[in-house]
Structures are given as structure tokens and as C-alpha cells.
Design a protein around this ligand. Structure first.
Ligand SMILES: C[S@@+](CC[C@H](N)C(=O)[O-])C[C@H]1O[C@@H](n2cnc3c(N)ncnc32)[C@H](O)[C@@H]1O
Length: 210
């Protein structure tokens, strides 16, 4: 696992310069080239995700936006420890092929199911309640896919959403996502300044309205 993460982190460091230039260019430049970038959560967020799976004793974990497998490796190592299973959605088949290869190289492929089925299709088909979800795909799909996961999430379960603080170009759509969550009576949420900013939302008993 260590060598796979180190190689992906080296690749990510190189990517970041090119990404800066594309972000500065604005428009659709980045989206058009997205298929060639990892766009990973980074090591601090990866470690936090791994820790959250372990402390929540999460057995059914859903990742939405697996890319080439960086966050997948962090999550998969944790579900191996809990005896759970990770369902990772990546809609780009070329990225998914690479994701599979990274998991195999890390010796973690037996703990992960890779799929291109999107969350509204996949999540209702799962037989167990979901313990933890990572949202890290296109930001305008966060509300749709949060809503696809929330009914299947167990009480005490967690949804983690990346890119709350960066990049700035997503600020409006991210604000909409946070507003959506703040309106839920059974959600407790914290913005954590780790990596590009993580919203960590826990499902709890509904509170009486005051
Ligand atoms: C920010 S990257 C994910 C990075 C990854 N979590 C990591 O840390 O290595 C976003 C990914 O979401 C994928 N994606 C886009 N729409 C999706 C959808 N509806 N469901 C799942 N993945 C999607 C993109 O192909 C892209 O690879």
C-alpha cells in the first residue's frame, strides 16, 4: 500500500502545477482534460478518511468519484481492517481500469467492488445500511447523490464531502450543498479544514424543532 500511495502522490504533485494553469484559464478547460487527472483528495484527507472508517467501524462504505484509486486505496485499507466492503463508483472506464490496477498492486482488490453505476442506481440495491460515504465527484451532483445515500445511511453514519474550501470556482455550488444539509433535521455537520476542505455530516435522531 505504501509504495502505491507514494507513487500516486508523486504523480499528483506534478499534476498540481498543470491544474493551476487550467484553473486560471477558466471555462471548461479543466473539465475537458479531467479524464487525464487524478484530482485526488491528498494525503491528509486520505488519512482522515481511513481513520473515520476505522473509528466508525464502517462495514459498508460507498465512494462516489474513485478516479485512479488514490482515495480508494486509503478507504480500502480501512475496510479491510473493519471486515467491511467498499463500493467505489467511477464513471470513466479508463480511470476505473487504472483504479483496479492500483488496488491490485496494493493487495486490496478483494475488499472493493468497482462500478460505473451511479449512486441513485447503486445505493438502493445494497443489502446492508451504509456506514460511510465519500462524495468526491462533480460538485453539481453532490446534492443529488447525497439524497440518494441519506435514506440508506444508518443512524450514526457519516457522509464526507470533499472540496468545500477549494477550488474557489465551485464556491456557489458548494454553498448550495451546505445549505441543503443545514436544512435537514437529522443531520449534524462540521466543516473541517483538512485537504481541500471536508464537510463531515453525521446522521442522528431527529431533533424537535424549537
Ligand atoms: C475529484 S475526482 C476523484 C478523486 C478521487 N476521490 C481521489 O481522491 O483520488 C472526481 C471523479 O469523479 C468522477 N465522476 C464524475 N461523475 C461521476 C458520477 N456521477 N459518479 C461517480 N463518479 C463520477 C470523474 O470521472 C472523476 O474521476
Amino acid at each position: 500500500m505504501e509504495s502505491v500511495l507514494c507513487a500516486l502522490e508523486a504523480r499528483s504533485r506534478k499534476e498540481r502545477q498543470e491544474l493551476e494553469a487550467l484553473r486560471a484559464a477558466g471555462g471548461t478547460a479543466l473539465r475537458e482534460r479531467a479524464g487525464s487527472f487524478m484530482l485526488d483528495v491528498g494525503p491528509e484527507a486520505g488519512l482522515l478518511l481511513n481513520t473515520l472508517v476505522r473509528v466508525a467501524d464502517a462495514r459498508t462504505v460507498v465512494e462516489i468519484g474513485g478516479s485512479v484509486g488514490y482515495s480508494t486505496v486509503w478507504l480500502a485499507e480501512a475496510v479491510r481492517a473493519t471486515g467491511g466492503r467498499l463500493y467505489s463508483i467511477e464513471v470513466d472506464r479508463r480511470k476505473q481500469d487504472e483504479q483496479r490496477a492500483q488496488l491490485t498492486a496494493a493487495g486490496l482488490d478483494a475488499h472493493v467492488e468497482l462500478t460505473t453505476s451511479e449512486a441513485p442506481e447503486l445505493v438502493p440495491s445494497l443489502s446492508a445500511p451504509v456506514d460511510l460515504v465519500l462524495l468526491d465527484h462533480w460538485k453539481e451532483l453532490y446534492v443529488r447523490d447525497f439524497d440518494a445515500c441519506w435514506p440508506a445511511l444508518r443512524r450514526g453514519g457519516v457522509v464526507v464531502a470533499d472540496n468545500m474550501l477549494m477550488p474557489q470556482k465551485n464556491a456557489e455550488v458548494i454553498a448550495g450543498y451546505r445549505r441543503h444539509i443545514s436544512g435537514l433535521p437529522d443531520a449534524q455537520s462540521h466543516l473541517i479544514a483538512v485537504g481541500a476542505g471536508l464537510e463531515v455530516t453525521t446522521k442522528r435522531e431527529k431533533l424537535p424543532r424549537t
